[in-house]
Write a protein that binds this ligand. Structure first.
Ligand code: AP5
Ligand code: MG
Length: 222
């Protein structure tokens, strides 16, 4: 089974994916996290991706597709996985279908208004060491300014500056929103309300995930 989380920047993809991972043990594959890791490590991929990320543009499809292909080949993805931030273009969606064909799929679009999104991204803080995500308003760390897990000082993501957020939203509308039509036409699209709590979004998603996991288990037993 694979769960694809669509949704604008700040709609809550990463936060919902974390709950799915915790509840069902499916690995979360976040292209944003993989790319940020590559940038931090100064890998050739990271060096090529950095400028686009800093400006809030998409990283070229071929780079991201190769990264995801490598990640999905890992043993922990065999039972299923949660895709957070991939695919983001029609070309990426088509590559995914070729990369891992025939896998039952749930596609969920997490929907939140732009005013909510802008406020959330302004108040997001992240741990530069372990990528844990906080929010000074809705999910503060136990000790203000420091990661609960490893005590590292929290930072703001480079691309959470207001002018970059606006560009990310423009890029989302232009390049990623067409995926709603793409998956809608295949009858696989769920609409999840992302304006309430993360737990409420997760609760909306649970029945579909549980049904897909149960049918996968039945298929494996047959
Ligand atoms: P990526 O890291 O994927 O960023 P994004 O899509 O812009 O999404 P965000 O991580 O900003 O938002 P989210 O929906 O995960 O929200 P979160 O749960 O953190 O990508 C970054 C960049 O990498 C891209 O711009 C691009 O350059 C590149 N890239 C990545 N994937 C790519 C691809 N496939 N192709 C090409 N380029 C790619 O929540 C946000 C904040 O709100 C947090 O503080 C959280 O605590 C809080 N929050 C979340 N939900 C709620 C809620 N319900 N109530 C209250 N607070 C909430
Ligand atoms: Mg995210």
């Amino acid at each position: 089974m694979r769960l694809i989380l669509l949704g604008a920047p700040g709609s809550g993809k990463g936060s919902v994916a974390d709950l799915v991972t915790r509840a069902y043990g499916l690995p979360r594959v976040s292209t944003g996290d993989l790319l940020r890791h590559a940038v931090r490590e100064r890998t050739p991929l990271g060096i090529r991706a950095e400028e686009a990320m800093r400006a809030g543009r998409l990283v070229p499809d071929d780079l991201v597709i190769a990264l995801v292909g490598e990640r999905l080949a890992a043993a922990d993805a065999r039972r299923g996985y949660v895709l957070d931030g991939f695919p983001r273009t029609i070309a990426q969606a088509e590559s995914l279908a070729r990369l891992d064909p025939g896998r039952p799929e749930i596609v969920a679009d997490i929907v939140a208004g732009e005013d909510v999104i802008v406020r959330r991204l302004e108040s997001r803080r992240v741990c530069p060491r372990c990528d844990a995500v906080y929010n000074v308003v809705s999910r503060p760390p136990r000790r203000a300014g420091f990661c609960d897990r490893d005590g590292e000082a929290l930072v703001q993501r480079d691309d959470d500056r207001p002018e970059v957020v606006l560009n990310r939203l423009r890029v989302y509308h232009r390049e990623t929103e067409p995926l709603l039509g793409y998956y809608g036409a295949r009858g696989a699209l769920l609409r999840i309300d992302g304006a309430g709590t993360v737990e409420a979004s997760f609760a909306e998603l649970r029945p579909a995930v549980e049904a897909a996991l149960a049918s996968g288990a039945k298929g494996a037993a047959a």
